[in-house]
Design a protein around this ligand. Structure first.
Ligand code: PEP
Ligand code: MG
Length: 651
């Protein structure tokens, strides 16, 4: 069966690297041949390389073509992807503690410390130390003519080298110190190694008589150049991945190994022309003080990785490679792009002063992060984190989160083509619970509606999705989705600190239905011989009905957590996404504050605790009022935690 469908691309900023990779992953999950047709030309949709080179932009009109048995399902999923603004994007909050990409505009003017040229500031922070040279000497390869009889064997040799290269990378994924971002990059490299376009070009060259090593490097170089010619900096930066991968495949074919960063001395600055994500993934990151490269930009994978690990980095350094090769020590400032090779005593002293100042600022923050947030009268207010994925755990712990006050589970469901299984969810919730134990971890059950469709759930067209079939309403109708989530949560509850929270409750019968379902899930787990634990059940207070009926809910619930974002939009009847209504969408409006007070009084009457997990929880001006009303937990994005703790301590 062949199907064609015209789509208009709604993916925000188009199909740059990350959405393109996700789109290809989705395409590959179908048996059908899939093509993207633009201007009458069809391109294999299972090749990220090809797809990125198409440079698909937001609002582009394309035709998707699928032929095969699962063409219809593929078409639905792929066109939905193209029409979803956040598709393939990491919508989680950025790591509050990872270095940021310093912006040129906000860069404070600093006197230049040397006549040496500046590089691109790619990851904040100052570093000073001995240089670790990491220069790959060029692979000089002579083209060898392959006899037609040998072509098949040569292709086989190439395929084996690709498989071995991918295997070495796959081994890297097992390293304990890998961050989720590193894992994503390693996966992207493995994808490039197997990419249909790259593999096709290499095989084509071998087919015309080139030897495998030459063909691999030449095809890699060709493709990398096409990437370098693209206007999108994210796509341009992918040239490094192609060069890195093809070089490694060529070395494997030659039976050689690449120099590694494994023997970097403590506190060294790695100086190189470029550092591939491949090399960096294998480096002892804890020993590295900073990175200085002549190539790369703030959107290179290496820059992203440096920021994730909080490592100062200057990339795209325009100075001479020879000077870098001669340098013994270096000072770099990842905020300004300044670089001083073999710095004088005066420069060393200046950089030391900068490093000390940065450390002091960090220490100040850390001091608040880990203080116990007690008011002057001794009341402890727990300050927890709002998270959307496991990759944010470290940032939350560093910021001093006393557990998780809201884990939004939507991301787990939105990023996939198929719904996550009970086992997968149990692993994720268990990891989360262990990371914060003994502090509580409040997981909100799936809160999704027609405004954020997910593959695997057919949402009806609704005139008012925010007032529609969403959150608990959808879950209670789709027990095939809800039951596995509840069972996974009960399984993770063996850690001892999981609490379950239900969103969009407007009637006590919904809460009672969840309780009954939890009883059934416990019974099923018992019958299956699967261990499970106890978990408190709370209500996310975010509808006017819940606020007005809070007394009745308090009699059934173990705790309340006020979702001020939705509570405000529903109390004020003002769509929270409508920019024209910002003046109405105020959590500090007396009507909203009255509703919050009502909820707090009901919690007190019912003998349960109450927290706030909407954005208002972090508002310094409202915290005193919330505490006065009886709120004992505030949950917010990790970056806001130290400031909130300071505010509480001052009360
Ligand atoms: C809220 O509604 O206040 C809330 C925290 O949930 P979300 O923003 O995910 O709707
Ligand atoms: Mg909400």
């Amino acid at each position: 069966m062949q199907i064609e469908r015209a789509v208009c691309v709604r993916v925000r900023d188009g199909l740059h690297a990350r959405p393109a990779t996700q789109f290809v992953k989705l395409a590959k999950s179908f048996q059908s041949d899939i093509e993207i047709v633009r201007d009458g030309q069809g391109v294999n949709a299972k090749s990220s390389v090809k797809l990125m080179l198409l440079g698909i932009k937001e609002n582009d009109e394309l035709v998707l073509r699928a032929s095969g048995e699962d063409a219809a399902t593929a078409m639905d999923a792929l066109s939905r992807f193209m029409e979803t603004p956040d598709a393939g994007l990491d919508v989680g909050a950025p790591d509050a503690h990872a270095s940021a990409a310093p912006s040129q505009e906000t860069r404070p003017p600093k006197p230049s410390l040397s006549e040496e040229p500046r590089g691109i500031p790619a990851s904040e922070g100052t570093a000073l130390g001995p240089v670790h040279h990491f220069f790959h000497d060029p692979l000089k390869v002579e083209r060898r003519q392959v006899h037609p009889d040998q072509i098949e064997a040569e292709i086989l040799r190439y395929e084996e080298a690709v498989a071995r290269t991918a295997l070495v990378l796959a081994e890297e994924r097992k390293r304990a110190d890998l961050k989720p971002e590193d894992l994503q990059i390693i996966n992207a490299l493995i994808d490039v190694a197997h990419d249909a376009e790259l593999v096709g070009q290499v095989k084509g060259r071998i087919g015309s008589g080139e030897d495998a090593v030459y063909a691999t490097l030449a095809a890699g170089d060709d493709l990398a150049r096409s990437f370098e010619a693209m206007s999108d900096p994210y796509i341009r930066a992918r040239a490094e991945d192609i060069r890195g991968i093809t070089r490694n495949v060529a070395l494997t074919l030659l039976g050689r190994r690449e120099a590694t960063l494994a023997d970097v001395a403590e506190g060294a600055i790695i100086v190189a022309e470029e550092i591939s994500a491949w090399d960096f993934a294998k480096a002892p990151i804890g020993r590295i003080a900073g990175l200085l490269c002549t190539k790369g930009s703030s959107t290179s994978h290496i820059a992203i990785m440096a920021r994730t690990h909080g490592l100062p980095a200057v990339l795209g350094y325009p100075g001479s490679v020879e000077a870098l090769r001669r340098a013994k020590t270096a000072a770099i400032d990842g905020h300004t792009g300044e670089v001083v090779l073999d710095p004088s005593e005066w420069v060393v002293a200046t950089f030391r002063a900068r490093i000390d100042k940065e450390a002091e600022a960090r220490a100040q923050l850390a001091r608040y992060s880990h203080m116990e947030p007690r008011t002057r009268d001794g009341t402890l207010i727990e300050v927890a984190a709002n998270l959307g994925s496991l990759s944010e755990i470290d940032a939350a712990l560093k910021a001093g989160a006393m557990g998780v006050g809201l884990f939004r589970t939507e991301l787990l469901f939105m990023e996939r083509k198929v719904l996550p299984t009970e086992d997968e969810q149990a692993d994720i919730y268990t990891e989360l619970a262990r990371a914060f134990a003994p502090h509580p971890v409040i997981v909100r059950t799936l809160d999704i509606g027609g405004d954020k469709p997910i593959a695997g759930i057919d949402f009806p067209e609704e005139a008012n999705p925010f007032l529609g079939w969403r959150g608990i309403r959808m879950c209670l109708d789709r027990l095939d989705i809800f039951r596995p989530q509840l069972k996974a949560l009960l399984r993770a509850a063996t850690v001892g600190n999981i609490k379950i929270m239900v969103p969009m409750i407007s009637d006590v019968s919904e809460l009672k239905a969840v309780k009954a379902l939890l009883d059934e899930c416990r019974m099923e787990l018992r019958n299956q011989g699967i261990p499970y634990g106890d978990a408190e059940l709370g209500v996310m207070m975010e509808t006017p009905a819940a606020a007005l009926g809070a007394d009745e809910l308090a009699a059934e619930a173990d705790f309340f957590s006020i979702g001020t974002n939705d509570l405000t939009q529903y109390i004020m009847a003002a769509d929270r996404l409508n920019a024209r209504l910002v003046n109405l969408n105020r959590a500090d409006h007396p009507a909203v504050m009255k509703a919050i007070d009502l909820i707090c009084q009901a919690a007190k009457g019912g003998g349960i605790w109450v927290g706030i997990c909407g954005e208002a929880a972090a508002r310094e001006d409202l915290i005193p009022e919330f505490v006065r009303m009886g709120v004992t937990e505030l949950s917010m994005s990790p970056a806001s935690i130290p400031r909130a703790k300071k505010r509480i301590i001052e009360l």
